[in-house]
Design a binder for this molecule. Structure first.
Ligand SMILES: Cc1ncc(COP(=O)(O)O)c(C=O)c1O
Length: 400
């Protein structure tokens, strides 16, 4: 005889997981931005200094970006209507790929719907069973997911540990195809990948070298060409990934490299094949962004001036800011619960800086992450420093 209908929802376990997150102080509320993404903005009804956006150069609201988008909407509508390989390749997509390749000094480039799709789609397309991926332990989640999807073996080396990578390369000499992969800038710590050394090893051991420059494009190198340009390594990195969603100010990701690499990805990268291409407005804005990078280098200078100023202020207050060398500066606090409580108290005092804890960063290394942009004024940065210090002292994060 049937036991009758089951009354408990099969999704009951989700309710329990959420209750546990709340108990642990890790439940996330999505803050609502009311208005534009600006360095001083209104979230959840409160005006705050915004140290949480990736809008490094202020391009999300640049007049030329808006104009390009509006013009494309008027001329071409709001959607591309198809994936790239069927009917969704417009002139604007091809033009954007040409621009990116010229900017990155590579033969070709391919644009994806996001930086996440670029990483995951590329790693999973290029490697397969029997191949090996050697990945820095702090690489972005999209690299980790791409590696898992590829079904290649994965060996993770400790963060920036070149000797450990060398040992792994020695041990795995009989594997035919190997990929060494690192972030150019690590998004949670703001330090740089050990590019020259990793690249040297990749060359010595005949591996493919791939760098995810999501947080470096528009920030490092001449006119924001990224860490490969910064380290003078053009021609030595086989696969460069970048995003159009951070310094470039719109949305998307890309891979730059050889013509063969790009054509292979046109045929095999699953997000390229199975997901609709960018609306024309997004492609047009991104094209405008690469023009702005060439024409307004003063934005990058302002970004670095502000970065130096803010880091100096943090150091003077006595904060532990880890190893950052970029506009991303973590304020280390230890426990995730403390990071979230600190972030909340900062917000109530007029500063948006996100608390980040396990599993995004290792246990015991929770932090409040700050990101300075070119468009912050000195007054905003001073106010941000004052709030961080006063609230930090009040909570015992800083010595009294
Ligand atoms: C290092 C890194 N790679 C890739 C991405 C993904 O980029 P996007 O936001 O364009 O998907 C991010 C951003 O979240 C990132 O920090």
């Amino acid at each position: 005889m049937s036991a009758g209908p089951v009354t408990e929802s099969p999704l009951q376990y989700l309710e329990e997981a959420l209750i546990q997150l709340k108990r642990d102080g890790l439940y996330r509320h999505l803050r609502r931005l009311e208005g534009e993404q600006l360095p001083r903005a209104r979230f959840d009804g409160r005006e705050v200094v915004n140290l949480s956006s990736n809008n490094y150069l202020g391009l999300t609201t640049h007049p030329k970006m808006r104009e390009a988008a509006l013009d494309a909407v008027r001329k071409l509508g709001v959607g591309s209507g198809s994936v790239r390989t069927i009917a969704g390749t417009m002139d604007l997509h091809m033009e954007l790929e040409r621009r990116i390749a010229a900017f990155k000094k590579t033969e070709a480039s391919v644009v994806f719907q996001s930086g996440f799709a670029a990483n995951a789609g590329t790693v999973s397309a290029l490697l397969g069973k029997g191949d090996l991926i050697l990945s820095d332990e702090l690489n972005h989640a999209s690299i980790i997911d791409g590696a898992r999807l590829s079904r290649a073996d994965i060996r993770v080396f400790p963060h920036r540990d070149v000797q450990a990578l060398e040992r792994l390369l020695e041990e795995t000499k009989d594997v035919k195809r190997r990929l060494v992969i690192t972030d150019g800038v690590f998004s949670m710590d703001g330090d740089l990948g050990a590019l020259p050394a990793l690249c040297g090893l990749a060359e010595e051991f005949g591996c493919i070298m791939m760098v995810d420059d999501a947080h470096a494009s528009g920030v490092f190198g001449r006119n924001g060409r990224g860490t490969i340009d910064h380290f003078g390594m053009h021609g030595r990195v086989d696969i460069q990934v970048g995003t159009l969603s951070k310094a470039v100010g719109a949305l998307g990701g890309y891979v730059a490299g050889s013509r063969a690499l790009i054509e292979f990805l046109y045929h095999r990268a699953r997000p390229f094949l199975f997901s609709t291409s960018h609306p024309p407005s997004v492609a047009a804005s991104c094209i405008a962004a690469f023009e702005i990078l060439e024409q307004e280098p003063e934005r990058i200078e302002a970004l670095w001036d502000n970065t130096r100023y803010f880091k100096k202020g943090l150091a003077e207050s006595g904060f532990d800011t880890g190893q950052s060398e970029t506009p991303i500066t973590p304020v280390m606090v230890g426990e995730a619960k403390t990071a979230h409580a600190y972030s909340q108290a900062l917000f109530e005092n007029g500063l948006l800086a996100t608390g980040i804890g396990f599993p995004t960063v290792p246990e015991g290394k929770a932090r409040v992450r700050t990101i300075v942009t070119a468009t912050h004024t000195r007054e905003m940065l001073d106010l941000g420093l004052e709030i961080l210090t006063r609230v930090g002292r009040g909570m015992g994060i800083l010595g009294k």
